[in-house]
Write a protein that binds this ligand. Structure first.
Ligand code: EPZ
Length: 416
């Protein structure tokens, strides 16, 4: 099993670009199934989850061709409605293939999805939404069988603004008869990106980015070329690494408006933040002050996908910070690992109370999920001495050579 060996205590300097967004690319790849043409996506990131999604599309009958960082997906002859279980069980995004496959083939068979071990991750809202669009669904032996003789648009109110459920129902509505309105929709930027992609192929969606999305059903979608948005979570991870280790870094190809929730907290903590149209500079000159409070919330609140990385910064900031993880019931598994490194944290349910210490100390720690792994890597870069991060395969699910990216900024990390 690969691991990172990190010699900490190095400040970070220099500039770094951000790859395209995992959580946009995965939804857009599912959206390709809706197209009766050929889709070309640019600047495809080398994330493990993205390559797994491309494998699934090939098994469904799409012809997938990679050329450098472009990927061409010919969806004209998609015919297989069965998502392979072994792949579906490994990634969360397999569930939002349901909408597009049903839209195109009127049938779908998929297993319960996989994904990071950060909580129960139910799919009740996905299934309730599809049933509202006249899809018959049978769940047995861990498989979900769907059939829709005629997919019909309808109004659907989400009990919770679920990102995946919003995307799934939005995509199911694209080729349905009539109009679908989704109320209490998630407002993440990746959903706006998905809307723009589908509309470029001839879809008729409005309202993504607000809590009400309206989809007018169309006969079919054509070909298109598209470049998805930058990964705002990776941008935030880089900024939090610079904040935790100290130094002066420039993060390029990112929209500041997508991470205002983080930038405002970094400014309050005393960091010098300079925002340009597509880049953000962070410089630190003194010990950071605690954020005081971090409450993870749906967009535009503080993103759960940046909670572990922001929590690491709190362990060496002066003062006390209360971190509450409101979205996923077990997304604080990095806390015991940080305590092993000398962090002063007490836990209560979904809350972590952190009292800042001067520094962390290197030891062996285990990456439990994608963002926790990135957070522990940052902790090792700050710590005195050597840190070994094990189980790093889950970091590669959503980061492109994170070790090389940080070494470019001056960190000392070896993948062994
Ligand atoms: C997406 O997951 C992202 N994954 C996650 O990113 C991200 O953390 C999450 O949105 C929240 O922003 C992808 O886009 C591939 P949700 P998703 O449905 O769609 C409850 C990362 O690190 N819920 O918005 O699965 C659920 O229990 C990953 O990149 C239901 O109750 O998240 C949770 O409490 C991790 N029923 C809340 O909604 C449902 O049917 C948010 O989940 C669906 C969700």
């Amino acid at each position: 099993m690969d691991k990172f060996v990190i010699n900490g205590g190095k400040k970070l300097f220099g500039e770094i670009s951000v790859p395209k967004a995992k959580n946009s690319y995965l939804a857009i790849l599912a959206g390709c199934v809706l197209s009766s043409g050929v889709v070309v996506l640019h600047d495809c990131p080398q994330f493990v989850d993205v390559s797994k999604m491309l494998d699934i599309l090939s098994i469904l009958g799409a012809k997938v061709k990679k050329r450098d960082r472009d990927v061409e997906i010919d969806c004209r002859y998609i015919s297989n409605y069965k998502v392979p279980q072994d792949l579906a069980r490994q990634i969360r995004s397999s569930i939002f293939l349901l909408g597009p496959i049903i839209g195109r083939l009127k049938k779908a068979l998929v297993s319960y999805p996989g994904g990071c071990d950060i909580g129960s991750r139910p799919i009740d809202l996905h299934l309730k939404g599809l049933r509202t669009l006249n899809v018959e669904i049978n769940e047995k032996f861990g498989m979900i069988e769907c059939e829709a003789h005629e997919l019909k648009g309808n109004d659907f109110h989400l009990d919770y603004p679920s990102v995946g459920a919003t995307e799934n129902i939005m995509m199911a509505g694209v080729l349905a008869k009539g109009r679908t309105r989704i109320f209490n929709a998630a407002k993440e930027p990746e959903i706006v990106d998905l809307q723009n992609f589908i509309n470029k192929m001839g879809g008729k969606i409005i309202g993504a980015g607000t809590d009400t999305i309206i989809v007018e059903g169309v006969e079919s979608l054509s070909s298109c070329e598209y470049t998805p948005m930058a990964d705002r979570i990776i941008a935030g991870t880089y900024l939090l690494a610079g904040a935790t280790c100290g130094g002066d870094i420039l993060v390029k190809d990112v929209k500041a408006c997508h991470i205002y929730s983080l930038l405002n907290k970094l400014k309050d903590a005393g960091f010098d933040i300079k925002i340009k149209s597509d880049s953000i500079r962070l410089a630190s000159s003194k010990r950071p002050v605690s954020f005081g409070k971090i409450e993870t919330m749906p967009y535009p609140g503080f993103p759960t996908d940046m909670q572990p990385q922001a929590l690491v910064l709190q362990t060496i900031s002066s003062g006390v910070c209360i971190v509450t993880e409101n979205l996923f019931e077990t997304r604080l598994k990095h806390v015991p690992e940080l305590v092993k490194m000398g962090a002063n944290i007490t836990m209560k349910d979904r809350m972590a109370i952190i009292t800042g210490v001067d520094t962390l100390y290197g030891t062996e720690v285990c990456s439990t999920d994608l963002r926790a792994g990135a957070a522990l890597t940052i902790a090792g870069m700050q710590a005195q001495g050597q840190t070994v991060v094990t189980n790093i395969h889950n970091i590669d699910r959503g980061y492109e050579k994170l070790d090389e990216a940080f070494c470019k900024l001056g960190a000392d990390i070896k993948r062994v």
